[in-house]
Design a protein around this ligand. Structure first.
Ligand SMILES: Cc1cc2nc3c(=O)[nH]c(=O)nc-3n(C[C@H](O)[C@H](O)[C@H](O)COP(=O)(O)OP(=O)(O)OC[C@H]3O[C@@H](n4cnc5c(N)ncnc54)[C@H](O)[C@@H]3O)c2cc1C
Length: 384
């Protein structure tokens, strides 16, 4: 049986970063991925993920975001490839909405640059939006997007260069803690390791039934539009954005049009809705019948970004793994003597953190502790 210091189960967003940081620290690592690296069946496909620091979800994420930004920069320096693109992030919504209130609160608490735009400045700088007069509009100039597929490939490439073994198309069927070591089984082979890191994304509950009642997997639909005026929405001119509307839960968000020669498909103006969609089994997702969500996105664009809609070009489905409080779970699995580490429940806002999560998983697996402030992300808050 082949023996490793650490096995990383699932080489997607968090697993690829974990493989990199673990192998860079000298650990003998095996990464097992059921599909290819990368793929569009889980949570990481679709060109772009917003990254921001004025974190409306909880100000305790901000120190982790500082570190995530540093680590993205380090990945770029090591590889010579850009993964973070600064576009600024335009926020709009009612003053009392969690999006606006939480963004202002985190920015004030952590001194994050955030401008309030009055109606005339908003109309002058961002004529793409048509919003109610009483909408609060903010700009976080240092926010932007990161490129998920490119980042995962770079982490995996670096991990391999540091000696990691990465096996794709290897579905892990089970694992056992045997006290002295952990056994991990795929259809083809059984491996053993000192520590198991589970980064299985939407499949986490299947591999860790203990966390099943704390997680739901939802189908999220993302759309790409042909706008009326292409230039108005291009990268370099148009920012990333997040818009909340009175009486509608969650928020709509989107990106500038990215040149497909550099960023790959799909083509067009990407728009999505940050709110849990239909609950699904990740192994049986209907990815064809998406007309209902497509209509919601089309209507949103027509409402507050009318120049953005000429034609719906394409839609894609992606999966959220929502924890019951929509905060991440970064912890040891109980009753495993710290042999099993898990990173799950990223609830539709995790990718920007993957560069710091990889480092945290390295610390937990190799040292049993981390200096990063993750106390608020422990599992026991959900289990009580
Ligand atoms: C539509 C959409 C938009 C989003 N927008 C943003 C955003 O703007 N900003 C942001 O920060 N985040 C965003 N997110 C969230 C972010 O993408 C996720 O939080 C993140 O990708 C989760 O990473 P993960 O590693 O948990 O899952 P994944 O990246 O899916 O990785 C899990 C991997 O484990 C593998 N695996 C599972 N089970 C097994 C097994 N038994 N054997 C072998 N391999 C296995 C899977 O195949 C997969 O590759 C968005 C998500 C979606 C769906």
């Amino acid at each position: 049986m082949k023996k490793f210091d650490v096995i990383v189960l699932g080489v997607g967003s968090m697993g690829s970063a974990a493989c990199y940081y673990l192998s860079q620290a000298g650990a003998n690592v095996l990464g097992l991925e059921q599909f290819s690296i990368t793929h569009d069946q889980g949570s990481h496909a679709g060109q772009s993920r917003i990254i921001r620091k004025a974190y409306f979800e909880h100000p305790d994420y901000v120190p982790l975001l500082h570190r995530a930004y540093e680590n993205w920069q380090e990945l770029e320096a090591i590889t010579g490839h850009q993964v973070f693109f600064k576009t600024g992030l335009f926020y709009a919504g009612p003053r009392h909405h969690e999006l606006i209130d939480g963004t202002i609160r985190s920015a004030q608490l952590h001194a994050i640059g955030l401008e309030t735009l009055d109606a005339s400045k908003r109309n002058q700088n961002f004529p793409q939006f048509e919003l109610p007069d009483n909408a609060i509009t903010l700009l976080e100039p240092n926010a932007g997007f990161v490129t998920p597929e490119r980042a995962i490939l770079l982490f995996v490439e670096q991990a391999i260069r540091h000696g990691a073994t990465i096996k794709s198309h290897q579905h892990v069927t089970g694992w056992k803690n045997l006290g002295t070591h952990v056994e991990v089984t795929t259809a083809e082979e059984t491996y053993c390791c000192d520590k198991l890191v589970v980064t299985a994304g939407p499949w986490a509950s299947k591999i860790l039934p203990f966390v099943e009642k704390h997680l739901t997997v939802t189908r999220q639909v993302v759309a790409w539009f042909k706008p009326r005026q292409w230039e108005m929405f291009e990268f370099g001119r148009f920012p990333c954005w997040l818009v909340a509307e009175e009486g509608i839960p969650g928020a709509f968000y989107g990106f500038p049009i990215l040149p497909s020669a550099n960023f790959g498909p799909p083509i067009g103006l990407k728009v999505a809705y940050h709110y849990p969609g239909l609950i699904v089994d990740p192994d049986h997702v209907n990815r064809t019948d998406t007309s209902q969500e497509g209509n919601v996105l089309t209507n949103a664009v027509k409402r507050f970004m009318p120049q953005g809609f000429d034609q719906l070009l394409s839609v894609k489905t992606c999966l959220y793994t929502n924890s019951t409080d929509e905060h991440f779970v970064l912890d040891f699995l109980p009753n495993t003597d710290q042999k099993v580490v898990m990173a799950t429940g990223f609830s539709g806002h995790g990718f920007k953190f993957s560069s710091v999560v990889g480092e945290i998983l390295r610390d937990l697996a190799l040292k049993g502790t981390t200096t990063q402030p993750i106390g608020f992300l422990r599992l026991d808050r959900l289990v009580q």
